[in-house]
Design a protein around this ligand. Structure first.
Ligand code: GLU
Length: 276
């Protein structure tokens, strides 16, 4: 059975791009007689606003979607902790006390996930007073996991190349897990068979595929859909004037009609779909 999911972070209101993503995941599940899950990814420290969860549910209902909700990430911290310990004990993580400013000062190369950490803290004795994140030793992890690939419904068979992103953070200084660890574990625990999300998260899949191999998790397929862009070619965001779904809903717009228009790729003026 196909199981897809929509996994918003309650850091800000949903907008049209989220609606498009949720509709795709919902429809793919329904077409295949499967299940569409909602998972609130609420472990983003101070940026997380729990009250937005209810707003998200109202938005999805307004769009005419039906879903099964699985537990929010904040209820799964023990699972993240256990997996992080397993990776640490396997010698695949190392603590890192570097701040963003310190990393920027090293002028590292820019990878698909931002600055590529040059491994400064690896094998170094660290100041125990400074807060530490845990990073994946990607070379060591790849040596352990061997060659990996994944099936993307749109991009086809893709070779996993997590080295591009370097030693990414697995346990954050300010949160019990990074997005990479939490989402990978959750998709496995929720029985997700088709991870449906925007192409902006395509680079993250290289890392998720590696984590699946290291943690012995089932391997789903992926469907990375195109992103909705505004007139300036940027991803939609409320701060750039793109109205939120809540604004549209409370302003009296017809959500069912909007959902139909998005399905037909009839986007509001100034909005277009970028395919890569
Ligand atoms: N929580 C992420 C976000 O809102 C999405 C994660 C995912 O779909 O894997 O951007």
């Amino acid at each position: 059975m196909a199981v897809t999911r929509f996994a918003p972070s309650p850091n800000g209101p949903l907008h049209l791009g989220h609606a498009y993503s949720a509709i795709i995941a919902h429809d793919l599940a329904k077409e295949r007689g499967g299940k569409f899950l909602l998972r609130i990814e609420d472990i983003d420290g101070t940026r997380s606003r729990p009250e937005l969860g209810d707003e998200f549910r109202r938005d999805l209902e307004w769009l005419g979607l039906e879903w099964d909700e699985v537990p929010a990430q904040s209820t799964r911290l023990e699972t993240y902790d256990k997996a992080a310990r397993e990776l640490l004990e396997a010698g695949l993580l190392y603590p890192c006390t570097c701040t963003r400013a310190e990393i920027e000062a090293l002028k590292p190369r820019l990878g698909p996930e931002g600055l590529v950490y040059p491994g400064t803290c690896k094998g170094r004795l660290l100041d125990p007073v400074k807060p530490a994140a845990l990073r994946l030793d990607v070379d060591c992890a790849m040596a352990r996991a061997g060659d990996l690939d994944w099936e993307d419904e749109l991009a086809g068979r893709t070779t996993a190349d997590p080295r591009e992103a370097g030693d990414v953070v697995i346990v954050r200084k300010d949160a019990p897990a990074s997005y990479h660890l939490a989402a990978t574990l959750d998709d496995a625990a929720d029985g997700v068979t088709l991870v449906t999300r925007g192409q902006d998260l395509f680079p993250a899949t290289h890392i998720h595929r590696l984590l699946q191999a290291l943690l012995g998790l089932p391997v789903p397929s992926w469907h990375h859909h195109g992103l909705l862009m505004d007139q300036s070619g940027k991803k939609l965001a409320k701060r750039r004037g793109s109205p939120s779904l809540a604004d549209r809903r409370t302003g009296g717009e017809d959500g069912l009609l909007l959902a139909e228009q998005l399905r037909l790729h009839r986007f509001p003026a100034g909005i277009s779909l970028a395919s890569t």
